[in-house]
Ligand binder design. Structure first.
Ligand code: NAD
Length: 291
């Protein structure tokens, strides 16, 4: 089972990052998104991210041009059915992901591998809604994809060995490192990271510290490269809330209760960097704390 072409569903921050690294590694990439603006922005978004790598001497101008040549877009999800490996990177909502796989299944080649970049949703449950649970698994990239070394590989209960090996080989071709996680809510990275972010939001909610003092404390006191609130804005507060809800529902333990202040920010549409406002306001020259 050799993978040459990749279908990416969702042209948000993760979909663009995944397409970027896949094309640099020589895979042909076909992307789709329900949002026409997001799809039209793909060449400029990935182009400017590649240009940043050129200016830092990480890749050459020729590599950038070749990567952009390998990426194409289509408004029709069903066109992705002819690719060897589909990576679903749409919004973190189970109904959206399930609908995508159900729409795609009748148009798939018999040996296409299906994967989801979900941060938390059950791979086994998503797989069960397709015609190929044995060729389905979790393919979880970290944000920003071109920078982060890790890819979590998650086997559903039915995932077969050739599928796992094929995905492992793709990660190796990207020059990244894989870690295997079992299919339980939020897998490894977010099982540990999200409760920490949620606790930082509780710390803010209860008035123990301000946005700045919490982020400064973790950066200088625990040597984290980013503070937890800054990181939450970077990930997207809607995604953070969705992951906390999956942990809370899936593990039925009150220690995963999402902080009401996180819910409030999401209700306000203050989702972090992608909407220019979250725990910081990004509309000016430098980010300003919103609390
Ligand atoms: P995002 O909001 O930046 O992008 C999501 C994209 O999906 C949007 O462009 C939206 O238009 C599109 N979309 C929604 N419904 C769709 C559909 N039916 N068909 C096609 N496209 C659709 O979100 P993101 O941060 O890129 O997250 C995407 C996925 O990656 C989520 O499952 C998330 O949990 C996961 N993830 C996110 C991070 C992170 O740090 N943000 C890290 C790892 C994994």
């Amino acid at each position: 089972m050799t993978v040459q072409s990749i279908g990416v569903v969702g042209a948000g921050q993760m979909g663009n990052g995944i397409a970027h690294v896949m094309a640099l590694a020589g895979f042909e990439v076909l992307m789709t998104d329900v949002n026409g603006d997001a799809l039209r922005a793909v060449p400029s978004v990935i182009g400017s991210n590649l240009a940043r790598q050129v200016s830092r001497g990480k890749i050459s101008e020729a590599e950038k041009a070749e990567a952009l040549r390998l990426i194409s877009t289509t408004p029709k999800l069903t066109d992705l059915g002819q690719t060897d490996l589909v990576i679903e990177a749409a919004t973190e909502r189970e109904t959206i992901k399930t609908a995508i796989f159900e729409d795609l299944v009748p148009h798939l080649k018999h040996d296409t591998i299906l994967t989801s970049n979900t941060s938390s949703i059950s791979i086994t449950r998503l797989a069960a809604r397709t015609d190929r649970p044995e060729r389905f698994m979790g393919f979880h990239f970290m944000n920003p994809v071109p920078v982060m070394q890790l890819v979590e590989l998650i086997r559903g209960i039915a995932t077969d060995e050739p599928t796992f090996r094929a995905c492992e080989a793709v990660v190796a071709k990207l020059g990244k490192t894989s870690a295997t996680a079992e299919d339980f809510p939020a897998f490894i990275v977010n099982r540990i990271l999200m409760p920490m972010i949620n606790e930082a939001i509780y710390t803010l909610y209860e008035g123990v510290g301000s946005v700045r003092s919490i982020d400064t404390s973790l950066k200088l006191g625990a040597n984290h490269p980013m503070g937890p609130l800054e990181l939450a804005d970077f990930i997207g507060l809607d995604t953070c809330l969705a992951i906390m809800n999956v942990l809370h529902d899936g593990l039925a333990d009150t220690k995963y209760r999402p902080c009401p202040l996180l819910t409030k920010y999401v209700e306000a549409g203050w989702l972090g960097r992608k909407t220019d406002r979250g725990f910081y306001d990004y509309r000016g020259e430098t980010p300003v704390p919103t609390r």
